[in-house]
Write a protein that binds this ligand. Structure first.
Ligand SMILES: Cc1cc2nc3c(=O)[nH]c(=O)nc-3n(C[C@H](O)[C@H](O)[C@H](O)COP(=O)(O)O)c2cc1C
Length: 199
């Protein structure tokens, strides 16, 4: 009887040891540190226009995540707060909105080493459901070459709508991809989630 008890206890200890060993091995297996996830879109350039810095922040975050470069589209005559008042029918933007032949004069649009980029983002605020006017003027003049072009926009509430496809139709250059609209105050994590979905 005594030896039976000893055998039972020994059996129990062996069983516990085996279970313990299995748990340790499995933990090691699942806790292997993961290689940091890297998103690779090649050498990246972020071209953007921003009147009140919302789109600029998104552009800067994209460039940060992808270790890319930034290029700002700058009108020769910067838009003042009064210029941007779309509720005033005689403001600059309202007049430009009514002018089908509008052409916003821009500062230098030559981008250093442009041909070295693989992926080009182009960002803009939505104005009256479309890309802000300095961006349409830029796209109409710029040679995007054969680069992959990814549009993004910020707006108070409007969707991307046809803003990006209308930009693409202004040029014969670039391979234009599906774009993304963000709220004016989008969080960095939302931007990162989008960028990860592209990689
Ligand atoms: C002239 C003008 C027109 C606008 N039209 C729209 C619009 O149609 N829909 C919308 O949701 N937001 C509209 N907005 C709001 C901007 O899209 C939004 O504030 C954007 O984030 C501004 O970006 P920015 O700071 O980079 O200039 C408009 C703003 C301005 C100045």
């Amino acid at each position: 009887m005594k030896s039976k008890v000893i055998m039972l206890v020994c059996g129990f200890i062996i069983l516990i040891s085996i279970i313990g060993a299995i748990i340790i091995v499995n933990n090691k297996k699942f806790n292997v540190p993961k290689e940091e996830e890297k998103i690779d879109l090649g050498k990246t350039l972020v071209i953007y226009y921003s009147a009140t810095n919302n789109t600029k922040k998104v552009g800067e975050e994209i460039a940060k995540i992808l270790d890319g470069d930034l290029f700002e589209i700058e009108p020769v005559n910067k838009y003042t707060t009064e210029d941007l008042d779309y509720n005033n029918t005689s403001s600059r933007v309202s007049k430009e909105h009514n002018d089908e032949n509008r052409n916003i004069e821009l500062k230098n649009i030559e981008i250093k080493d442009y041909s070295s980029y693989d992926t080009v983002f182009i960002g803009y605020p939505i104005w009256w459901g479309e890309a802000a006017f300095p961006v349409t003027s830029f796209v109409a003049k710029f040679d995007f070459q054969d680069k992959k072009i990814i549009p993004f926009a910020t707006s108070a509430s409007s969707p991307l709508g046809e803003s990006a496809s209308k930009l693409a139709s202004l040029t014969n250059s670039g391979s234009w991809q599906e774009g993304k609209r963000f709220a004016s105050n989008v969080s960095n994590s939302e931007i990162e989630t989008w960028i990860k979905s592209l990689g």
